[in-house]
Design a protein around this ligand. Structure first.
Ligand code: G5P
Ligand code: MG
Length: 223
């Protein structure tokens, strides 16, 4: 195993399991997880100016403008002490990728290649804990008590942008604006793709790949 810092990005269409796989990476490899969607939902919940501006895009399944996103993520990355971080949901356009690379080097990009028909069914059953970003699914990983978070006991919510019509727009935006980012990373030699229908099938392969890149969680001490 190589003992080194790892700055990585996880990509994939809406509902492909980026959040699910990210939580497993954090558990096993101790990386700092930054989810652009979770950050935006927190801003909306706190009714900040950025949150209110972002909400109208998110509710329509459109991407939030690049300048807003770049500022949000760069501000979030700057104070992080750990040299191991995992970006989930950013960058999503080529200009976002360019802006990130001006500020931060990235070691690896993993892409979850999950078919769209599988995704549409999944999103219908998703429930989220707002405070932590913990994700549940009515069939795949239901909470111990229906409608409530396992750890805090707080109520779970269904995301406003998980309505079928909005999900269609999100997939369209992904094809038009985010797939070119994958091509960009592939050309840079950073892309590692994982294809499959189920997170439990993809995860062991991601784990095996990351084990060659970093040290296990118990040997890292960055808080
Ligand atoms: P988000 O929040 O980044 P998306 O659309 O990229 O949203 P999303 O919906 O969060 O991605 P995910 O994280 O890829 O999906 O998937 P997940 O939550 O882990 O899994 C989906 C569901 O399937 C869960 O219920 C999970 O339990 C279940 N599941 C997982 N694996 C399996 C399995 O094997 N089987 C089954 N049956 N179920 C499974 O972004 C939201 C919006 O914010 C804006 C955009 O408007 C975006 O639409 N935004 C940005 N705008 C511009 N630029 C950016 N960089 C932006 N980032 C966010
Ligand atoms: Mg997510």
């Amino acid at each position: 195993m190589i003992s080194k810092a790892l700055k990585m990005i996880i990509m994939g269409p809406p509902g492909s399991g980026k959040g699910t796989i990210s939580h497993r990476i954090v558990k096993d490899f101790g990386m700092t997880h930054i989810s652009s969607g979770d950050l935006l939902r927190k801003q909306i919940h706190d009714k900040t100016v950025a949150g209110l501006a972002a909400k109208k895009f998110i509710d329509q399944g459109q991407l939030v403008p690049d300048d807003v996103m770049v500022e949000l993520i760069v501000n979030e990355l700057q104070p992080i002490k750990s040299p191991n971080w995992l970006l989930d949901g950013f960058p999503r356009t080529v200009p976002q990728a360019m802006a990130l690379f001006k500020k931060e080097p990235v070691d690896v990009v993993i892409n979850l290649n999950v078919p769209f028909d599988v995704i549409i069914h999944r999103i219908e059953g998703r429930w989220t804990h707002m405070g932590s970003g913990r994700i549940y699914h009515t069939e795949f990983n239901p909470p111990k008590v229906k409608g409530f978070d396992d750890e805090t006991g707080e109520p779970l919510i269904q995301r406003d942008d998980d309505k079928p019509e909005t999900v269609k727009n999100r997939l369209q935006q992904y094809q038009n604006l985010t797939e070119p980012v994958l091509k960009h990373f592939d050309k840079l030699g950073l892309l590692k793709e994982f294809t499959g229908k189920y997170s439990n099938e993809i995860w062991p392969r991601v784990h095996e790949f990351l084990a060659t890149k970093t040290v296990p969680h118990q040997f890292t001490h960055y808080d």
